[in-house]
Write a protein that binds this ligand. Structure first.
Ligand code: TK8
Length: 339
C-alpha cells in the first residue's frame, strides 16, 4: 500500500469504529433546542419523567437534540402552552388530556367517570386503537400527540369537612379542571364546581377562594396540597391521563430520524413514568396521613350513590365523542373484562 492509501484505510477504519460507537452520527439529526413545558413541580412524577425524556433524547440524538424542561407552569397553564404549541412558539409539553377537550372534543372520552377499573384497562385502552384514534384528532388542530402518561385515579380533598356521604358535598366550592365533563360531574354531586387552571390551584386553596379539589395522591403530595387541605376522601372517580404533545409546526420541520428520536424517547418515558407513578401512588396515601390528612373511604352504599350521580354525564360524553368511538371503547372494555 502507498502511504496515502494506508492513511485512507486508517481513516476509513477510524470512521467505521466511530460509527459503531455513535451510529447516531450517521443519521439526519441537526442541533435542536426543544422547549418542553409542564405544570407540576420539578420534584413530582411529572417532573421526573420529563427529566428522563430529556436524557433519553440527548442520548438517542448523540447530544444534538436538547430538551429545555420548564416546569411549575412557568410557561403558563396547560391551555396557554397548547396555544403556544399550535402557533409554533413552543415545541413540546405534557399536560392533562382534560384541558384539551376544547381543541379536540374526543379527548372528553378520558373524562368519563369510572371508565376504567384499573391501570391494566387504562393502559390497554390508551395504548390501543381507541387511544390512537383520540390522539390522532390533535393533528388537524396543530398538535402531535406522542404518548399518554399516567396522571392517575383522582381523589377528593377539601378543607371543610370529611365527605362521607353525597350530601356532604353540598355547598363545597370545588375547583375542577377547565372542562365541561368535570364541571357537569361535580354539579351532579351537588358541589359548587369552579373551573380554574392548575397553576392557580394552590393559592386558591390557601386563600380559601375554593374549599376543595380533586387530583391523584401523587399530586396532592408533590403539590403540598396537604398543607392547605385537611380531608381526603377516596373516590377514585376517574382515571386521568396526561399526554405528551409536540407542536405540529415544529414536527413537520423534523427529519425522519429526528422524529424517531422523539418517538422512541417518548415511549421509554411513558414506561418509566407509569412505573414511577404507580410506585409513588402505592406509598403516597400513608405519606399524606403522616402529614396530617384525615382520610376516609366511602361506605359501599355512598360510593354507589356517588357513582350513580356521576355516571349521569355518560350520555353527554358519548354524544360529544361520537357514538362510534363510544361503542368501540365499550366493546374493548368488555373484551378486556372477559365479556
Ligand atoms: C397539570 C395539570 C394537572 C391536572 C389538574 O398541568 O389540572 O388538576 O390534574 O395534572 O394537568
Amino acid at each position: 500500500l502507498t502511504r496515502t492509501a494506508r492513511r485512507l484505510t486508517l481513516a476509513a477504519g477510524a470512521a467505521l469504529a466511530l460509527a459503531a460507537v455513535l451510529p447516531v452520527q450517521a443519521q439526519d439529526i441537526k442541533p435542536r433546542l426543544i422547549r418542553f413545558g409542564y405544570g407540576l413541580a420539578e420534584n413530582s412524577n411529572q417532573g421526573r419523567a420529563v427529566k428522563m425524556f430529556a436524557d433519553e433524547v440527548q442520548k438517542l440524538s448523540g447530544g444534538k437534540m436538547r430538551i429545555r424542561a420548564i416546569g411549575g407552569a412557568a410557561l403558563g397553564p396547560d391551555t396557554q402552552m397548547q396555544q403556544a404549541l399550535i402557533g409554533g412558539a413552543q415545541e413540546m409539553m405534557v399536560g392533562s388530556t382534560a384541558t384539551l377537550v376544547g381543541i379536540a372534543k374526543e379527548m372528553a372520552l378520558w373524562d368519563t367517570p369510572f371508565l376504567v377499573n384499573n391501570t391494566r384497562e387504562a393502559d390497554a385502552l390508551l395504548d390501543g386503537p381507541v387511544g390512537d384514534k383520540v390522539r390522532a384528532k390533535l393533528e388537524d388542530k396543530g398538535m402531535v400527540g406522542l404518548v399518554y402518561w399516567e396522571n392517575g385515579f383522582r381523589n377528593l380533598t377539601n378543607s371543610k369537612r370529611p365527605v362521607t356521604k353525597l350530601e356532604d358535598l353540598n355547598g363545597i366550592k370545588l375547583r375542577v379542571m377547565q372542562n365541561n365533563v368535570f364541571l357537569d360531574s361535580f354539579k351532579q354531586l351537588g358541589a359548587n364546581a369552579v373551573p380554574l387552571p392548575y397553576s392557580e390551584l394552590f393559592t386558591a386553596l390557601e386563600t380559601n377562594a375554593v374549599d376543595g379539589q380533586e387530583n391523584p395522591y401523587n399530586t396532592i403530595l408533590s403539590a403540598k396540597f396537604y398543607e392547605v387541605q385537611k380531608y381526603l376522601t377516596i373516590t377514585n372517580h376517574v382515571y386521568s391521563p396526561w399526554i405528551v404533545t409536540v407542536s405540529k409546526k415544529f414536527w413537520d420541520g423534523l427529519s425522519k430520524d429526528e422524529k424517531a428520536v422523539l418517538q422512541k424517547a417518548a415511549v421509554a418515558s411513558r414506561d418509566f413514568e407509569r412505573k414511577d407513578t404507580r410506585a409513588e401512588a402505592a406509598k403516597a396515601l400513608a405519606d399524606l396521613k403522616s402529614r396530617g390528612m384525615q382520610v376516609n373511604e366511602l361506605s359501599p352504599t355512598e360510593a354507589a350513590r356517588m357513582r350513580d350521580k356521576l355516571t349521569h354525564v355518560n350520555a353527554g360524553v358519548a354524544t360529544q365523542v361520537g357514538m362510534d368511538l363510544w361503542n368501540e371503547t365499550q366493546a374493548q372494555l368488555a373484551k378486556l373484562r372477559g365479556g
